[in-house]
Design a protein around this ligand. Structure first.
Ligand code: URA
Length: 291
């Protein structure tokens, strides 16, 4: 589509374009274009308004415009946009001694989480957040960068529940100290750059003996080795650590080392959890008067 054909096409712009006013069609047109690598969202908006974009043969110049990225035929300046990759969400029950990354460092050959997921599209997947080499349990893998960001960014505060076996008897005073927050060092590029207190944490004791305790810790941040460091700081070295929940997702039904795809309802529940957690974080900040 040539730019100088713009005014003619604007005039010929028919009522079919109304169909793209319906938000239930799916995603914003400029977002689909930006995700396809056309330009920034802002520039894509300009391209739409300049009359460079057709959807299913109809010129769309008014925003907001909503499209079904999988099924609509979007043509930008004469080029057909390829349909985006199907979004894939996989829940893995990570075993111990497994790296949470796509591949190991050069010269090292440890098993990775992607070695365990025999999926035809596994090349597109990346882990959402990180579990330590020896931590087991619920790990999500996806090719949906936006949802991954919402699930890991502290701003969204999605709860993650860990079950820990620690050395020592954890008394109520220690539970209180954990819930109030523990000061942990912050590191960047392998160097300590300061220290800050952990955010809100919930702790419940599952089982307690004289020399060991099993407890569940719910955190909303995702600082490096956070649960191990918090417990160690109070004198309780972690012997075993398992993530048992992330937002609405539970490990139940997936054996250690196995995986399954999430169904549509689970993906929607995850999205709602991210939105809800963000709202609660904002309200909480408002109450405390923090920006
Ligand atoms: N906290 C930890 O200490 N380790 C993990 O793997 C995850 C959270």
């Amino acid at each position: 589509m040539a730019r100088n054909g713009r005014s003619n096409r604007k005039q010929g712009h028919d009522q079919d374009a109304e169909a793209f006013r319906d938000a239930s069609r799916g995603e914003r047109l400029q977002r689909v274009m930006a995700d396809a690598g056309i330009a920034s969202r802002r520039d894509c908006e300009r391209m739409i308004e300049e009359g460079l974009v057709e959807v299913n043969g109809t010129l769309v110049t008014d925003l907001p415009a909503w499209v079904d990225a999988q099924n609509d035929r979007i043509v930008v300046d004469g080029r057909v946009l390829p349909p985006p990759a199907r979004a894939i969400y996989i829940l893995l029950n990570k075993p111990t001694r497994t790296l949470t990354s796509a591949r190991d460092e050069p010269g090292s050959d440890r098993r990775t989480v992607l070695d365990l997921v025999q999926h035809p599209n596994s090349g597109q997947l990346f882990p959402v957040g990180r579990l330590d080499y020896d931590t087991t349990g619920l790990l999500l893998l996806t090719n949906d960068g936006e949802l991954a960001n919402r699930l890991t960014h502290p701003r969204y505060g999605v709860p993650k529940v860990y079950r820990a076996l620690v050395k020592g008897r954890v008394e109520p005073e220690a539970v209180e100290a954990l819930e109030e927050g523990v000061k942990l060092t912050d590191r960047k590029d392998g160097r300590t750059v300061g220290a800050s207190r952990t955010g809100p944490v919930e702790v419940s004791i599952v089982h307690r003996e004289a020399d060991k305790t099993v407890l569940e810790v719910t955190i909303r941040e995702g600082r490096n080795r956070q649960v191990r460091r918090m417990l160690a700081a109070l004198g309780f070295p972690v012997r075993k650590l398992e993530r048992i929940a992330m937002g609405p997702l539970r490990l139940k039904g997936v054996a250690r080392g196995d995986w399954r795809e999430l169904n549509r309802g689970e993906v929607q529940a995850l999205r709602r959890a991210a939105a809800q957690a963000a709202k609660e974080t904002r309200t909480d900040r408002g109450r405390k008067g923090t920006p």
